[in-house]
Design a protein around this ligand. Structure first.
Ligand code: C5P
Length: 219
């Protein structure tokens, strides 16, 4: 059977990673979380107290960073497990800024394209169908209302025992979307050839099944 590439894009907290993980599992494909890559460089930059307005400095941080993501979806920077750290509020608040720079995106996209070359991947992010894998066989654009997305993230936080403020979460999500949509380089945007999936009133299972149906048509 021919292996394909599945691109899943959409705004923050739309459930992309949860769904992409399950789709990859059902297909026996590799799941690649590109948001984790931008979060990792943001974490490393914050830790080294780099000036986030200094693109060149950030590129230095990226070049000095040995980033590893394994099949258990753990993330390591220079051998250190930062899986939880890259999800912190501070990283979430600053990641869109770091991800807005052309030179940073160019290097990230180069790495992502290497990973997608052999196909057999489900990749999620903001620009996968539009820039990273423009020739992906299946492109999904997942959306959900900001209210619903904040609700889901809030529930997730509480289940994990993390402190969580619904209104603040919603504001943070909306602000991150705004920055991601308004940036100059490969902004968050539904491509003309992507299938839009509004998950506001769907369960995870329903979304996964819908995507599996779409994939079956293209395989
Ligand atoms: O997917 P996640 O919400 O973890 O992504 C964090 C941030 O990384 C996004 O808000 C966006 O600024 C950036 N990002 C990006 N391009 C991608 C994936 C993530 O700019 N392909």
């Amino acid at each position: 059977v021919k292996e394909i590439a599945v691109a899943i894009d959409g705004p923050a907290a739309a459930g992309k990673s949860t769904v992409a993980k399950q789709v990859a599992k059902e297909l026996g494909y590799t799941y690649i979380d590109t948001g984790a890559m931008y979060r990792s460089i943001t974490f490393a930059a914050l830790e080294s107290k780099a000036d986030l307005n200094n693109e060149e400095k950030l590129l230095d941080v990226l070049h000095q960073m040995d980033l590893e993501m394994n099949e258990k979806l753990q993330v390591f920077i220079n051998g250190r497990d930062v899986t939880n750290e890259i999800r912190s509020e501070e990283v979430s608040r600053n990641v869109s800024k770091v991800a807005s720079y052309a030179s940073i995106r160019k290097e990230m996209v180069r790495r992502q394209q290497l990973m997608a070359k052999k196909r057999g991947v489900v990749m999620d992010g903001r620009d996968i169908g539009t820039h990273v894998i423009p020739d992906a066989e299946v492109k999904i654009f997942m959306i959900a209302s900001a209210d619903e997305r904040a609700k889901r993230r809030h529930k997730e936080n509480k289940e994990k025992g993390f402190p969580s403020d619904f209104n603040q979460l919603k504001k943070e999500i909306e602000e991150r979307d705004r920055l991601d949509m308004e940036r100059e380089v490969s902004p968050l945007k539904k491509g003309d050839d992507a299938i839009e999936l509004d998950t506001t009133s769907l369960s995870i299972r329903e979304v996964v099944e819908e995507i599996m149906q779409i994939i079956k048509r293209y395989k």
